[in-house]
Design a protein around this ligand. Structure first.
Ligand code: DC
Length: 222
């Protein structure tokens, strides 16, 4: 039987970086489910479809194939209809499109089997919004990883600047708050801690401390 660790939390809590490092340390496969929603968001933008238009996005799904692969360093790659879009999905426009299309029931259903099958096959640390509540309700350890919205916006801003993208802190903060609202208030699979999850708050921690706390929390609870 494979072991699953579910990590949920809001945008910019450092989930992906922290969970990836913990997965490497523990020898688990890291699965970033947000990247799958981002691939669908990107497809909507490329095809001029409003990612909030449930009917139009649902109709698009039959043209979409999303899968995950690994590069030689075992980093996750996101493949959209045969194309590696791992870099293209990391823009603010795609973040917002992903947040919007992820509220559409057909989009969530489309990705659910893919996510569950990965957890059946491998020991995974899976990161997202509804992993502990919906995707893997029987996960061995469930973690809700969070940080204050200001800290999360600051981290996202620094990341964008480092990548050479243009950014204004106030705009990034407004996006973080809007995305939290979208993710927490949608009727289907809203972002919320699973009842049996452990809360990990990284507001006051640097990256190394956050990784160490996550590994400790997993080891104490698995
Ligand atoms: O984790 P991320 O920022 O890459 O996620 C992008 C969007 O996808 C986010 O706004 C919410 C959505 N998402 C989701 O609804 N469920 C998941 N399991 C993962 C992401």
């Amino acid at each position: 039987m494979s072991i699953a660790i579910a990590i949920d939390g809001p945008a910019g809590a450092g989930k992906s970086t922290i969970a990836k490092a913990a997965a490497k340390h523990l020898g688990f496969i890291y699965v970033d489910t947000g990247a799958m929603y981002r691939a669908i968001g990107l497809y909507c933008l490329r095809n001029d479809v409003d990612p909030a238009d449930s009917e139009a996005v649902t109709a698009l799904l039959e043209n979409i194939d999303v899968s995950l692969a690994r590069d030689e360093n075992k980093n996750q790659l996101v493949i959209l209809n045969g194309e590696d879009v791992s870099g293209l999905i990391r823009t603010e426009a795609v973040s917002m499109a992903a947040s919007r299309c992820s509220a559409i029931p057909a989009v969530r259903a489309f990705l659910l089997d893919l996510q569950r099958n990965m957890a059946k096959e491998f020991d995974v640390i899976m990161d997202g919004r509804d992993i502990g509540t919906v995707v893997l309700p029987d996960a061995k350890v469930k973690i809700f990883l969070t940080a204050s919205s200001e800290i999360r916006a600051r981290r996202r801003y620094d990341e964008l600047i480092e990548k050479g993208q243009q950014a204004v802190y106030e705009d990034v903060l407004a996006d973080v708050i809007e995305r939290d609202n979208n993710d927490m208030n949608r009727p289907i699979a809203p972002l919320k801690p699973a009842e049996d999850s452990v809360l990990v708050d990284t507001s006051e921690l640097n990256l190394e401390e956050s990784i160490a706390l996550l590994i400790k929390t997993i080891e104490e609870n698995k």
